[in-house]
Design a protein around this ligand. Structure first.
Ligand SMILES: [Zn+2]
Length: 406
């Protein structure tokens, strides 16, 4: 009974509450469920869209990486092609330069001969003037007098012969004078012709140099465009690191080969190269400035901190590269990043590296002396202008070249 009343009361209360609320409770609950479903459907849709966006982003990154890979290998091919062309032009310039020095030597020789011809001309001219003066001063009368004063016919004949000989001598002198003068004229003509040939050769060299400068400007532009195009920093940094890794791989292999050679020498009781601690010779004597120093720097395009493992010395293309110290050439080769490069072993784990040369004139195994010319400054490999990149390694790590340079 009590329960029934209670139940009726609850039932009434419920109705009252339902009426008071003005909102049908069961309808409200259904709406909530629908909202939840809609909400979850919404978030599912959103997640799907996000996944789609992520997927398309991923495709973008992959295509960027792919195009970077392609342009990187294209750039490397392009750099290699340009370096080949630079090599051709450099050897042409070398040929023309030696032609010019040959011509200059010929001109020097001709000028010496000209001096000699002039002195012969002067001597003979002076001698002839003396002779003419002598004959003139003595006059025809004295000649007749001399003949008439002959003591005998034989004496007369002798004197007549003497006079004939004197005039023949004068005639020879005159011929000789004319010949000397002709020689001088011919030499002068030859000199003029040689000078003209020299001028032609010089013009040809200048044209080749202009072509070389154009090629270098093209290369600089290409590299700048490529680096400017790189929007994906990570890919660019990876590319830079790959470049450094390539260099390190080559260099480390060389150092391992040196160690092997040292072991071999020790086994054979032969002396290995020893570094005596002396000061290095400045390797690019015609350098104009330090374009990039050794140490950490902020990459101008990528804006990240990077380590520059050498000193960049800006110098004219073709100017000498000198061996910094006595040693043995252990590498003289080409790589797409280092260009034409040379490595010298100075003993006791000390190695110097020279990069971006236009030409090299030493080969592995060559012993070089401090200050000896080993190549010419250039802009081969990953370089945007003629400079020498000079690195020093000690026991397998880069060290500051300034420890050895003054
Ligand atoms: Zn450098």
């Amino acid at each position: 009974m009590k329960r029934k009343r209670g139940a009726r009361f609850i039932g009434m209360l419920m109705v009252t509450t339902l009426l008071a609320a003005h909102v049908p409770l069961f309808v409200h609950a259904a709406t909530l469920t629908n909202d939840k479903i809609r909400e979850s459907e919404e978030s599912k849709k959103q997640a799907e869209e996000e996944r789609k966006a992520l997927k398309s982003n991923l495709t973008d990154v992959q295509s960027i990486l792919k195009s970077l890979e392609v342009s990187k290998s294209n750039l490397e091919n392009y750099i290699q092609e340009l370096d080949k062309q630079l090599d051709d032009i450099n050897s042409k310039i070398d040929r023309l330069t030696s032609l010019i020095s040959d011509k200059e030597f010929e001109i020097q020789t001709t000028e010496k001969e000209l001096e000699e011809a002039k002195s012969v001309e002067e001597t003979q001219y002076n001698a002839m003037k003396k002779r003419i003066k002598f004959v003139y001063e003595r006059g025809e009368a004295s000649t007749a007098e001399m003949l008439l004063s002959s003591k005998s016919f034989v004496d007369f004949l002798n004197k007549a012969e003497f006079i004939t000989k004197i005039s023949a001598y004068d005639k020879r002198m005159l011929d000789s004078y004319i010949a000397a003068k002709d020689m001088v004229a011919a030499k002068e003509e030859e000199l003029v012709a040689q000078k003209a040939a020299l001028e032609d050769a010089k013009v040809a060299v200048e044209n080749e140099q202009n072509a070389l400068e154009e090629l270098m400007a093209d290369k600089e532009k290409e590299i700048t465009v490529f680096e400017g195009d790189i929007t994906n920093k990570e890919a660019a940094i990876a590319e830079y690191e790959a470049m450094i890794a390539e260099q390190d791989q080559i260099i480390k292999a060389m150092e391992a080969a040196i160690l092997e050679e040292k072991k071999r020498l020790l086994a054979e009781n032969k002396k290995a190269i020893v570094y005596d601690g002396g000061q290095f010779k400045w390797p690019a004597p015609e350098y104009t400035r330090i374009s990039d120093d050794y140490g950490s720097r902020t990459h101008p395009i990528l804006g990240v901190q990077q380590f520059h493992n050498g000193v960049d010395m800006a110098a004219p293309s073709g100017s000498p590269i000198l061996a910094a110290y006595d040693g043995e050439v252990i590498a003289s080769s080409y790589s797409a990043t280092m260009g034409n490069y040379i490595m010298i072993d100075h003993g006791d784990g000390l190695i110097t590296i020279y990069m971006h040369a236009s030409s090299v004139n030493v080969s592995p195994g060559t012993m070089v002396a401090r200050g000896e010319r080993i190549g010419s400054v250039g802009s081969t490999g990953r370089s945007t202008g003629p400079h020498l990149h000079f690195s020093v390694r000690l026991n397998g790590s880069y060290v500051s070249p300034w420890n050895y340079l003054s």
